[in-house]
Design a protein around this ligand. Structure first.
Ligand code: BDR
Ligand code: CA
Length: 335
């Protein structure tokens, strides 16, 4: 496990649980290097009512969230019609495990206001960790622009420079609210993007899931139960033998960034394309800075023309062994 000599990273986890969001919550709640300031919930994998219920269930099951505010946020995207991912996460948004009544309840504040309050009231900057559509974060930035300078960085799961997973071009979290993603990617704060390019290499193999399950504590068993359903739906929809464990990559990066290789890229969100709506256009080769054929295409681009230059560290590779050691170590912390 990474050394605990450093100060823990203050984070707000904005999520739409979701099986992989749930794993990320369980990791963030227990690891000493993470100081979880709030869990804020957004509609995404399922309707807000369901993602909120799931967040309360998972936080309650962690037994580590009694003092952490959990708040419900945006029930709809900023502009587009709502899309959900029932095919992957089931009717409840977290099908598989059976939960009792959650011990924890909701904070009375709207998630957008909680994000704003926590950032403005904090002496130190806070890292935002969105693992769902970016509606809550974008709305907070629009409602109170002064929060931007209090954001240390944004470590998000979303996008892809290769293939999408909800359309051939787009990844779910960005596709579910592309306009919100545009606000976030142009906010000017450092961004770490965990896209499908890397999360598809962070697979929950049967061997790794069995290893975590063998820890035998209730949270490890919950992890294994969630992975059982997730593996089935990912196999049905995409044919994967082992499902990609998307959202936990963000928490793993915070615990040990050396687990990932990243590359600085300009990331723009496609807001106009009929086939490419919600795509993260990632300038992998830095083409926008180069002279040569095609350069004029980027000039005089009207309202969406933006300064070039990287705005995100995009993950391109993961050390599989290290990643799974981080996950195992997190669940081993639940005694
Ligand atoms: C993302 O979409 C959701 O289904 C997952 O929770 C993850 O955040 C992957 O595209
Ligand atoms: Ca998610």
């Amino acid at each position: 496990m990474a050394t605990t000599a450093k100060k823990p990273v203050k984070i707000i986890h904005d999520c739409d649980p979701g099986h992989d969001d749930a794993v990320a919550i369980l990791m963030a709640a227990v690891h000493p290097m993470i100081d979880l300031k709030a869990v804020t919930v957004v509609a995404g994998n399922q309707t807000l009512e369901k993602t909120v219920r799931n967040a309360l269930n998972v936080c309650s099951a962690s037994k580590r969230c009694a003092d952490i505010p959990i708040a419900a946020g945006m029930s709809r995207p900023m502009v587009r019609e709502q899309v959900i991912a029932g095919d992957i996460h089931g009717e409840s948004g977290l099908d598989g495990p059976v939960f009792g009544e959650p011990e924890l309840g909701l904070d009375t504040r709207h998630a957008v206001d909680l994000i704003i309050d926590l950032l403005l009231d904090s002496d130190d900057p806070i890292t935002l960790v969105p693992t769902g559509p970016l509606t809550n974060i974008a709305m907070a930035i629009r409602k109170e622009p002064e929060i931007v300078e209090k954001i240390e960085r944004i470590v998000l799961m979303g996008g892809a420079y290769q293939h999408g997973n909800v359309t051939p071009s787009a990844e779910f979290n960005i596709y579910a609210d592309p306009e919100a993603a545009h606000v976030v990617f142009t906010c000017g704060r450092p961004i770490v993007m965990m896209g499908l390019d890397v999360t598809r290499k962070a697979n929950a193999t049967a061997e790794m899931v069995a290893k975590v399950r063998s820890l035998g504590n209730p949270q490890a068993i919950l992890f294994a139960e969630m992975m059982e359903f997730f593996a089935k739906s990912q196999k049905e929809v995409f044919g994967w033998d082992a499902p990609p464990l998307h959202d936990p990559t963000c928490i793993a990066w915070l615990i040990d960034p050396t687990c990932f290789t990243t590359k600085p890229m300009r990331v723009e969100i496609e807001l106009r394309g009929s086939l490419t709506y919600g795509r993260t256009s990632c300038d992998y080769f830095g083409l926008e800075h180069q002279e040569g054929p095609g350069k004029e295409l980027y000039e005089g681009g009207g309202a969406l023309a933006r300064p070039t230059g990287p705005n995100a560290e995009v993950a391109v590779d993961v050390d599989f062994e290290k990643f799974w050691k981080i996950i195992y170590d997190c669940f081993a912390l639940y005694k």
